[in-house]
Design a protein around this ligand. Structure first.
Ligand code: SAH
Ligand code: SF4
Ligand code: F3S
Length: 472
């Protein structure tokens, strides 16, 4: 779930999609800065947080130096994710020294576990608020300005923030959280503990939101959930494939993506729905985690390698050009060298377009926490390097085979480093750079703007990026 850049997403005011209310006009409004770590779900939650605060009179800033309130939306998925937050908090202590009245809050997946440590021991943080308690933010921030510390970390069985308008940053791509929490309880994973039980939003509200986004100028939406295949609107009797179909029909020119699927319940119906609609992107992120049935069972993943491969056969049968990415964990407790080689072998056989690869990191409260973390660190590192190296080689080969082909690219805007190069994404979620054509006389963009879909002939390729030129 880490394919789109989510870290430190700019928090400037959204002109296209800001909820309009009196507070927007208040020039003296307090300023909020939100820094986001972790997955797309957190990025989407940060927009909900900004929506809540914006309608309570706060202005947004993308500079922590200008902020009256700094919120870190945290991730607890692996130890290094948590370490990053601790480092950041140490740094924020200096801000606090400079400005006594600055309010600092910790949100998201570290909230529950870190509440005591953060508020009581470290004295840096004024607020700790978990993923289901963002409605309490304005009141708790207000109290924090009066010097009162606030903690709200209860998880809910029903909260979906259905009525909150997320404050989206101006752009062409939007996230829509369609569900919250996770009931899968993979033995390595902390998410069911940090985000609580699974619950889905009403389908008609998601379809309406997509329509409004189209009217506001967005060209692409990503429907988000930890396990979208379990999505269910109990009132309407709608499953995820139905939702996808309804969304694709309602906004036929919107590019529609989704993430993440769980291989156990990736249904034929879902694959058939993807194949049926041109505007549903031909890209599937299907985390496999390991190439060994024994390890998969120890992870409580509920599927076998054969079941997984059979799902991929169905995907490729109906959508031959569909891109595939995955997540892999190396060094899960008891993983043998032979089992590691099974993972390498599976990755060679499937030939993923991309993979997010991790060393196993023990997480408190999970089942695997009670198992001995018995794969030595240097073995984990070596195994990780082996899969990364192999994957890079495969992805480079796959991408280089695209040289000479013409891809439809959704134009996202200037490249980060070089304004003469523009960037965009293919339907299959591949990142493409291309020289920006300007009309010499007027200096204006020749023929296309951000949000257009252009044809690009691919001329170069690496494991992560395609380079090409516009086809007239
Ligand atoms: N809900 C998504 C995954 C969310 S977490 C899914 O099921 O696909 C994203 C990825 O982080 C997981 O797929 C897994 O590969 C990795 N991950 C989760 N917990 C981990 C841990 N304790 N150590 C290492 N990697 C982990
Ligand atoms: Fe974690 Fe498994 Fe749920 Fe994904 S499906 S969030 S890996 S428990
Ligand atoms: Fe996402 Fe990290 Fe939480 S991956 S769900 S922000 S633990």
């Amino acid at each position: 779930m880490f394919d789109l850049p989510v870290l430190n997403a700019p928090a400037q005011e959204a002109s296209l999609y800001a909820p309009s209310d009196a507070a927007t006009q208040d020039q003296a409004a307090r300023k909020l800065y939100v820094e986001t770590y972790g997955c797309h779900m957190n990025a989407s939650d940060s927009e909900i947080v900004k929506g809540v605060m914006h309608s309570n009179g706060y202005a947004m800033t993308d500079k922590p130096d200008d902020a009256d309130v700094i919120l870190l939306n945290t991730c607890a998925i692996r130890d290094n994710a948590e370490k990053k937050i601790h480092e950041r908090l140490k740094h924020l202590k200096f801000y606090k020294r400079r400005r006594q009245d600055l309010v600092i809050g910790v949100l998201g997946c570290m909230a529950e576990r870190m509440r005591e440590e953060l508020v009581i021991q470290k004295n840096i943080v004024d607020l700790v608020i978990g993923p289901d308690e963002y409605r309490t933010l304005p009141a708790l921030v207000e109290k924090a300005f009066q010097g009162e510390k606030g903690i709200a970390v209860k998880l809910s069985r029903v909260e979906t923030y259905d009525d909150i308008e997320p404050l989206r940053t101006e752009g062409i791509s939007a996230w829509i959280a369609i569900m919250r929490g996770c009931d899968k309880f993979c033995t390595f994973c902390v998410v069911p503990f940090t985000r609580g039980r699974e619950r889905s939003r009403a389908a008609h509200l998601i379809v309406d939101e997509t329509k409004r986004l189209w009217d506001a100028g967005f060209k692409e939406v990503s429907l988000l959930g930890q396990n979208v295949n379990s999505y269910h609107d109990d009132v309407a009797g709608t499953d995820f494939a139905d939702l996808l179909r309804a969304t694709a029909r309602a906004v036929p020119e919107m590019r529609i993506r989704y993430t993440t699927s769980h291989p156990y319940d990736m249904s034929d119906k879902l694959i058939e729905t993807m194949a049926e609609f041109d505007n549903i992107c031909k890209y599937v992120h299907l985390p496999v985690q390991s190439g060994s049935d024994r390890v998969l069972q120890a992870m409580n993943r509920d599927y076998t390698v054969e079941h997984y491969k059979e799902r991929l056969r169905k995907i490729k049968e109906l959508m031959p050009g569909c891109a595939l990415t995955t997540d892999i964990i190396v060094g899960f407790p008891t993983e043998t060298e032979e089992e590691h080689h099974m993972t390498l072998e599976l990755m060679r056989e499937i030939r993923y377009d991309g993979a997010f690869m991790f060393k196993y990191s023990p997480r408190e409260r999970t089942k695997a926490w009670k198992m001995e973390d018995d794969v030595p660190e240097e073995t984990k590192t070596r195994r990780l390097n082996e899969i990364i190296e192999q994957q890079q080689r495969i992805a480079t080969e796959i991408n280089q085979a695209l040289i000479g082909t013409i891809e439809k690219v959704l134009v996202e805007g200037e490249g980060r480093r070089d304004a003469t190069k523009w960037k965009g994404r293919t339907d299959t979620n591949k990142f493409v750079m291309f020289p920006h054509l300007t009309d010499e006389a007027s200096g204006k963009t020749a023929g296309y703007v951000v949000g257009d879909i252009v044809s690009i002939r691919i001329t170069k390729a690496t494991s992560m990026t395609l380079v090409g030129e516009i086809v007239a």
